[in-house]
Unconditional design. Structure first.
Length: 296
């Protein structure tokens, strides 16, 4: 049976992944029948969904040294996420391979790793080699992270020119509106809500809505969607971070904030939020010691 070349046979798998519905992505990957030419791309998204669920062992066990380079790139990402003692070696390996001919998946995985390590210059160098919507989306997030809203705007325009209706483009527009703030916050909320209505209300979309509510000072509404997100995944990093921020805004007791922070530190010790927090904690301790020394 002939297939329509304009139809993306992996649309449901990709869409579920981009929206944060990782189990749906895995389930669809395992039951969807695709031609052999799509096997590797399908498996790339499936294994990335396992990584998002922190099921690194599945990826490390199933992807073997002789597999396609795209799958090996995903395995390298899983190895990085699973083993803190290997991170320095993997970062050096990535830098060594930067100048060599590597595929889009490798550069995208490298971009994600450097982004997580807050090495945004290297992340952008990687992503400059990735001419896909996902590469553009991560580049936009990187520009937002370094407060280059002007460049994020250009990247969003590039995504809109590629495919204005794509889920990734819609998500990127919502992220951009959140970064701009002001009246654009409501526009971001509408995008998250529209995507939830058309698909399903994932933890990622609920956190997007919560961020909008927090920006607007609608703390009760934010708490409602965050509790819904917590019911779906009680250990999601973004949900815990938003709950920490919300508890501060609402003036909740330190015990509440500390509870969420402890859970985040235990389960997501490599998250940029935790790294920033620990660095600030060390800096505070250093300054406190200096103050005590001067006072005495």
């Amino acid at each position: 049976m002939a297939t329509n070349p304009d139809v993306d046979e992996l649309f449901e798998i990709k869409n579920a992944y981009y929206l944060g519905s990782f189990q749906t992505c895995i389930n669809e990957s395992q039951k969807l029948k695709v031609p052999p030419a799509k096997f590797v791309e399908r498996d790339v998204f499936m294994y990335r969904a396992y990584i998002a669920q922190k099921k690194y062992g599945v990826v490390l066990d199933e992807i073997q040294p002789g597999d396609d380079p795209a799958l090996l790139a995903v395995r390298l990402f899983a190895d990085f996420m699973a083993n803190d003692d290997k991170k320095s070696r993997i970062l050096k390996e990535l830098e060594m391979k930067m100048g060599k001919s590597v595929d889009d998946t490798f550069m995208l995985m490298a971009g994600h790793i450097f982004y997580m390590e807050q090495n945004y210059d290297m992340a952008l160098k990687c992503l400059n080699h990735v001419d896909t919507l996902e590469g553009c989306a991560l580049m936009l997030q990187t520009y937002i992270r370094i407060d280059r809203i002007d460049l994020a705007k250009k990247e969003l325009k590039r995504m809109q020119e590629k495919d204005d209706d794509a889920t990734l483009t819609q998500l990127a527009q919502a992220w951009f509106h959140l970064a701009v703030g002001g009246d654009k916050i409501q526009d971001a909320y509408y995008i998250f809500q529209d995507l939830a209505d058309k698909n399903s209300s994932s933890v990622q979309l609920l956190n997007g809505q919560a961020a909008c509510y927090i920006h607007q000072g609608k703390h009760d509404e934010a708490d409602g969607v965050l509790q819904e997100a917590l019911d779906k995944d009680s250990n999601n990093a973004e949900t815990l971070i938003n709950l920490i921020v919300l508890s501060q805004h609402c003036g909740k007791s330190p015990e509440v904030t500390n509870r969420y922070m402890s859970q985040l530190r235990d389960s997501h010790s490599s998250h940029p939020f935790i790294k920033d927090y620990l660095n600030k904690e060390k800096e505070f301790d250093r300054l406190a010691k200096q103050y005590v020394h001067v006072s005495s």
